[in-house]
Design a protein around this ligand. Structure first.
Ligand SMILES: Cc1cc2nc3c(=O)[nH]c(=O)nc-3n(C[C@H](O)[C@H](O)[C@H](O)COP(=O)(O)O)c2cc1C
Length: 390
């Protein structure tokens, strides 16, 4: 059970105690890749973007941030594996803290969702498998065209421990940059999900086959990161029911419950709670993200999310297609402790205020999601103008 909060039915605007962190509300900035970190170095525009979305006692999660030089699969994704990146992030984190928000860094390795253009020496991307992502999906290239995902190279068992170490080092760097914690990106068809899902993972060694084996890579990373920075600063994101980039599992609920069982066990053994578990809701499919154009109905989704929430022993964050009404409902009914908002937060820097006063929302412009302009489609969405009527 998550810690008991203030009296009465909670709303999106009730305070929440997330382990050692005190949040003043439950509207979280979801991690979102925005491709504005030229050559992997966060630049001042990111400070403007994140501070615009900061509120006293609020909580932000950064865009996916590369844990090593093989981790990127989009143009101009920031990294957290060298000193220049740590120094650049520090300025952004300091600016966010000055506005009173907490901020976690999302640790990302895309695995096979990459291309030789993003790899050192033009090498093949790494994965759990040699199977490429199907041609139904396309990769965004540095010149803004879309390419075909190439055949990846399955990691040898001996190489896996090096990748695990990269996560530990990246987490340590994140704390050096001043971040309050990290979120391990285990969702959406990227490297960790490529180990978790039986539609991709075809290994016959100790990392493939049974659910326990498929969870092993994630759990080694969780341990390495927790040992580097303390479990209470570590969060995990999963999306068992989402088939983005071909990440299909034959039994998403069973997979989700297996991960949760491992996380619960880990917390007991480690003697400390993790910061939170972040689960992307299948409703996200409704936005054209699904592999076969089919997805569960609302009742099936609610059952899946509720079962996961009730099984996890800690703070549970939901994401995916939340409106004000759905977020209020999820928190009031105990289906979420925290709700992360993505696209609505892109186009509404003051989303927290707008949701609070139930103000109209700016519409987001999809075509500038992944462009590099430091202002247009990034920090130029308007704030609410509250007219005082005297
Ligand atoms: C432009 C864009 C970039 C995203 N990048 C990431 C990312 O780096 N890491 C991640 O875990 N999720 C990423 N997501 C998924 C969001 O975190 C979120 O779960 C998703 O947008 C659904 O929430 P929404 O309906 O509130 O937008 C991205 C979504 C968008 C729209």
């Amino acid at each position: 059970m998550a810690e008991t909060q203030s009296q009465g039915t909670p709303t999106l605007f009730s305070p929440y105690k997330m382990g050692k962190f005190n949040l003043s509300h439950r509207v979280v900035l979801a991690p979102m890749t925005r491709c504005r970190a030229l050559n992997g170095i966060p630049r001042p525009a990111l400070a403007e973007y994140y501070t615009q979305r900061s509120t006293p006692g609020g909580f932000l999660i950064t865009e996916g941030t590369s844990v090593s030089d093989t981790a990127a699969g989009f143009p101009h994704v920031p990294g957290i594996y060298n000193e220049e990146q740590v120094g650049a992030w520090k300025k952004i984190v300091d600016a966010v803290h000055a506005k009173g928000s907490l901020i976690f860094c999302q640790l990302w390795h895309v695995g096979r969702a990459s291309h030789s253009v993003y790899q050192p020496g033009g090498a093949a991307p790494i994965s759990s498998s040699n199977k490429p992502i199907s041609n139904r999906w396309r990769i965004l290239m540095p010149d803004a065209t879309y390419g075909i995902y190439p055949k990846p190279r399955a990691l040898d068992v001996s190489e896996i421990e090096v990748v695990v170490e990269h996560y530990g080092k990246a987490a340590f760097n994140a704390i050096r940059a001043g971040f309050d914690g990290v979120e391990i990106h285990g969702a959406h068809g990227y490297l960790i999900d490529q180990f978790l899902k039986d539609g991709i993972n075809d290994r016959i060694d100790e990392y493939g086959g049974s659910l326990a084996n498929r969870c092993k890579f994630l759990m080694q990373i969780v341990r390495a990161v927790a040992e580097a920075i303390g479990a209470d600063r570590v969060a995990i994101r999963i999306s068992p029911a989402i088939d983005h980039l071909g990440a299909i599992d034959s039994n998403p609920l069973k997979l989700g419950l297996a991960v949760i069982e491992k996380l619960n066990e880990f917390q007991l053994q480690f003697g400390s709670k993790l910061a939170y578990l972040h689960v992307t809701q299948p409703r996200y499919h409704a936005y054209g993200q699904t592999e076969q154009g089919k997805h569960g109905n609302e009742d099936e989704e609610a059952y899946l999310m509720r079962t996961l929430k009730r099984s996890y022993d800690g703070t549970f964050m939901c994401s995916g297609g939340f409106t004000r009404e759905l977020g209020m409902q999820a928190v009031a009914e105990g289906d979420a402790d925290l709700v992360s908002y993505g696209r609505l937060f892109i186009s509404n820097p003051d989303l927290v205020l707008r949701l609070k006063v139930n103000a109209p929302l700016n519409r987001y412009i999809r075509k500038t999601f992944y462009t590099q302009d430091p202002v247009v489609g990034y920090t130029d969405y308007p704030f609410l103008v509250i007219q005082s009527r005297l």
